[in-house]
Design a protein around this ligand. Structure first.
Ligand SMILES: [Zn+2]
Length: 516
């Protein structure tokens, strides 16, 4: 018997981006979209075009330039939303309009103030309008898991009749359990007479930690599409995690008799990319892509692993994209070796980028004897993601700090051709003094909301990675810096955030948000 192919609908760029602090700029969204194509996702939900001009622009750019996956845009069930979604999507090689409307009693009564018949009419009108633009239409009854089953069946039947080719069943508030979800899907498959004309889809939130389990239960009951995000990011506790649900289906293909088209070796590189861009760190013990996901500490396990890996390992690290060997590079390693390593880590660099990264690698290899995979990934991220134009850069600094004394920093920075030097003798310590000096030079006063330092690799000479979140006029920007010198890494992270603030401070605030 051949395995059923389950479609993977990735919503990292729409639902995932709604995680607090995870907003991405246009070039970051393009980068993630390209990585999702390489990962092999069937559908990329690129955004919610009516939400803001920025959202519209991102969906349009992705639809026009990214090929290889269907590009979806979200719309509420009204003409203006749907027209706007199509306007953004129309340049796509393959486009899907995704319309949604709440159906549960609580939403009908308190949010929409509409009765059941009005809901059905509105859903039908929305689907029909979208179907006038393209043939690939998804309909989502928001809060489906809390909707009365009889009514849910009626809405779904009407939506399919109107032209919906995918019907998505969102557990918007993360309320469902696996047995409950299976019952909902089974009921739809048994009772909706035209259900075979559409693909049933799962969209689960992780408020009870059940998003992956609920999605799998839905697949077992007949669903043919799963909506998910890289690293499970999303509002509140997040969405179903793509890497977990994909590897569950693949590892237990014997049971589900189902699989996906995902190229699993791309999971770790894609996870790393999304984590670096959003600043949402992947926990070490995260299933599939966490740093410890394949680490065996217990002696008895190690012994078994050496004799036969499958005694304790249900998946091979290499199958999800962890590099085969943690090959260490040093200062005598050449550009070709670095290029090979970058490729093994999932990066495709242009000759120009490789040259830049190699220059930075040589500087690092002089400071640090052994250069590990994570060092290389950090270098590449630093070198290739410097997309903030007109930025301030650091030229040099000098610090004087001693216990019981006020620290002093002399900082030299550059903006275009202009160089500015400031000395600040203030603050609680050298990091604080450094931040004050940067604020003084750039003229951007901020409130520091988060400051985290972590080692990129092992060893006392490891690089420090610093992540900061700075608030400026009520909006938060992230910044990241990496260096073997933790004070320099802090300064780079702070500067990165300030540069983002100066670039995006005139951008309009985030508009309408979808709760799906
Ligand atoms: Zn959602």
């Amino acid at each position: 018997m051949s395995k059923r192919m389950i479609r993977i609908f990735d919503t990292t760029l729409r639902d995932g981006e709604q995680s607090p602090g995870a907003s991405m700029n246009l070039s970051e969204k393009m980068e993630v979209a390209q990585a999702l194509v390489e990962l092999g996702v069937d559908v990329i939900e690129a955004g919610f075009p009516i939400a803001s001009p920025g959202d519209f622009e991102a969906v349009r750019e992705i639809a026009t330039n990214v090929t290889g996956s269907v590009i979806a845009g979200l719309a509420r069930c009204n003409d203006e939303d749907i027209d706007r979604a199509w306007e953004a999507l129309k340049g796509a090689e393959a486009a899907r309009i995704h319309v949604f409307l709440a159906t549960s009693a609580i939403h009908r009564e308190f949010k929409l103030k509409m009765d059941k018949d009005e809901i059905i009419q509105r859903a039908v009108n929305g689907v029909k309008r979208a179907a006038g633009y393209c043939s690939d239409i998804e309909f989502s009854p928001e809060d489906a898991s809390r909707t009365e089953l009889d009514f849910l069946c009626a809405v779904i039947e009407a939506a399919i009749d109107a032209g919906a080719t995918t019907v998505n069943i969102p557990d918007t508030v993360g309320y469902a359990t696996p047995a409950h979800m299976a019952k909902v899907i089974r009921t739809l498959c048994d009772r909706v007479p035209n259900i075979d004309k559409a693909v049933v889809s799962m969209h689960c939130h992780d408020d009870l930690g059940l998003a992956v389990a609920n999605s799998l239960a839905g697949v077992e009951a007949g669903a043919g599409q799963i909506e998910c995000t890289i690293n499970g990011i999303g509002e509140r506790a997040g969405n179903c995690s793509l890497e977990e649900v994909v590897m569950a289906l693949r590892t237990r293909g014997d049971y589900y008799q189902a699989d996906t088209r995902i190229k699993s070796q791309r999971l770790v590189p894609t996870s790393r990319l999304v984590s670096n861009i959003t600043g949402l760190v992947v926990p070490r013990n995260k299933a599939v892509v966490g740093r410890n996901a394949f680490a065996h500490e217990a002696g008895i396990h190690q012994d078994g692993m050496l004799k036969e890996p499958t005694t304790y390992e249900i998946m091979r690290p290499v199958d999800v994209g962890f590099a085969k060997t943690d090959l260490v590079l040093g200062k005598h390693s050449g550009r070709a070796a670095l290029g090979d390593r970058a490729k093994a880590l999932g990066y495709s660099l242009t000759a120009e980028q490789l040259r830049e990264v190699f220059d930075a690698f040589k500087v690092l290899a002089d400071k640090k004897k052994e250069v590990y995979d994570d060092d290389i990934a950090a270098l590449i991220d630093q070198q290739t993601r410097d997309d903030v134009a007109e930025s301030w850069t650091m030229v040099s600094y000098e610090v004087a700090a001693a216990s019981g004394k006020t620290p002093s920093v002399t900082l030299r920075m550059k903006h275009g051709q202009r160089e500015v030097t400031e000395t600040v003798a203030s603050g609680d310590g050298p990091v604080d003094a450094m931040f004050l000096a940067i604020e003084k030079i750039t003229g951007v006063p901020t409130v520091c909301k988060d400051f985290r330092v972590q080692a990129v690799t092992v060893g006392k000479d490891a690089q420090a990675e610093v992540n900061v979140e700075l608030e400026y006029h009520g909006r938060v920007q992230r910044g990241r810096g990496v260096s073997t010198d933790s004070l320099e890494a802090s300064a780079l992270a702070f500067l990165n955030a300030i540069n983002r603030i100066t670039v995006y401070r005139d951008a309009p605030a985030q508009g309408v948000q979808a709760t799906l």
